[in-house]
Design a protein around this ligand. Structure first.
Ligand SMILES: O=C(O)CCC(=O)C(=O)O
Ligand SMILES: [Fe+2]
Length: 393
């Protein structure tokens, strides 16, 4: 039986999307007569606005992560520095949320985490407004700023200046970067990258960035130059909420614990032949508290990273695994503290890595669309144990 597909095509991009959706649905439906919804409706970003189109004319090709440090250029470990959090200064402002006064949209994703903002130009904030931003991001954990045309236009030097207001800029130990911009961490995927993971059921991975460093990042900015029409969202969860959901007695116990963290050793991995990456500086091993206190808000947060946490100090492997796996499950399953960001052009997301975890989502495997973005990663203080007197060195 011949199938009949009814579509209403008003624009080229609608035609593209609807045609492929139509043939897929037609095959699945086995030939019934039905109407398809029209995707790419007016007001939605065009493929060009989403950074799609032929690679030759991709406007952000200069910002691809193409320069890797050479393997023999292993430098010095990062030195400790004194971090004064800008959010501290905003605590004494008469209205610490004044920088949001012109917002045309100010909407919380949910009570525990995340605020979406429109009408506030991040590129034009005065210093005292940046202080307020730092405080508000710490309070809300994640803030999503839409319509940041100036921020995108301003480019690398501005991104560095913006980031360094909030802390010393972290340079990724192994990441590629555009020429002269080692401080801006770039992520890139396209159809030539293999996304499907044949060994794991998900490629999602809750983590907090660069937490193996002695002074891991605080306020962090992330923005995409190119993103698929749908898919590739970023998930966030609040470490504060995760802790609040546990019993007081258990929390008191967790506060006594310390963890060992270290980054994946890229040299070792290369020798094993499983991953080829160059490295900028020696791998560090760090001791962090399992529960840390935010220096500005005073909030206590679970602080863990399955990518880097190697174990609990002083515990045997099985004991350590028992506690850590319970906590990882708790973090993954704690929906009350979670949100997801759907990307749109000119969106800048800021999160506080001290009190959150996040995960990219690779649900667009097989799509011909690219996903390309940048992270600015200012480092903050050495994690403050929630329990006084915990020895870290
Ligand atoms: O790609 C994403 O959505 C998040 C990437 C990420 O984890 C990061 O840049 O820290
Ligand atoms: Fe990350």
């Amino acid at each position: 039986m011949a199938s009949t597909i009814t579509t209403v095509i008003t624009e080229d991009r609608a035609a593209q999307t609807t045609d492929s959706a139509a043939s897929a649905t037609s095959a699945a439906a086995g030939g019934s007569t039905f109407s398809l919804p029209l995707y790419g409706s007016p007001g939605q970003p065009t493929p060009a606005e989403r950074g799609q189109g032929p690679f030759e004319s991709y406007p952000y090709s200069e910002l691809l992560p193409k320069v890797f440090p050479k393997a023999h250029d292993i430098g010095e470990p990062l030195e400790d520095f004194v971090h004064i959090d800008p959010g501290m200064r905003a605590l004494s402002h008469p209205d610490p949320r004044k920088f949001l006064k012109n917002a045309t949209k100010l909407e919380n994703f949910c009570p525990t985490i995340g605020t979406e903002v429109e009408g506030v130009n991040l590129a034009k904030l005065a210093p005292e407004e940046r202080d307020e931003l730092a405080l508000e991001v710490a309070r809300r954990k994640v803030m999503v700023f839409r319509g940041q045309h100036d921020f995108f236009e301003a480019g690398g030097e501005f991104w560095k200046e913006f980031g360094s207001y909030f802390g010393r800029l972290h340079v990724h130990p192994t990441g590629g970067h555009p020429e002269d911009l080692p401080e801006i961490h770039m992520i890139y995927r396209d159809e030539n990258t293999v996304y499907y993971d044949t060994e794991n059921i998900t490629r999602g991975m809750w983590h907090t960035d660069m937490s193996h460093e002695r002074q891991p990042p605080g306020l962090t900015a992330f923005f995409l130059f190119a993103h698929p029409e749908s898919g590739g969202d970023t998930f966030f969860t609040s470490g504060v909420e995760a802790l609040k959901r546990l019993s007081p007695g258990f929390v008191e116990y967790l506060k006594t614990l310390r963890q060992i963290q270290s980054a994946v050793d890229p040299i070792q991995v290369t020798r094993n032949g499983t991953r080829t990456r160059n490295i900028r500086r020696p791998c560090v091993t760090t001791i962090h508290p399992l529960v840390r206190r935010h220096p500005v808000t005073g909030e206590e947060s679970l602080f863990l990273n399955p990518e880097a946490t190697k174990g609990i100090v002083g515990y045997k492997k099985q004991e350590s695994d028992l506690i850590l796996n319970f906590l990882y499950d708790h973090i993954a399953g704690g929906l009350e503290g979670q949100m997801r960001v759907k990307w749109a052009p000119k969106t800048v997301v800021l999160w506080d890595n001290r009190v959150t975890m996040h995960s990219a989502l690779f649900d667009f495997a097989g799509s011909p669309e690219r996903r390309h973005g940048a992270r600015i990663t200012p480092q903050a203080e050495r994690p403050i144990p929630a329990l006084d007197g915990i020895q870290l060195d």
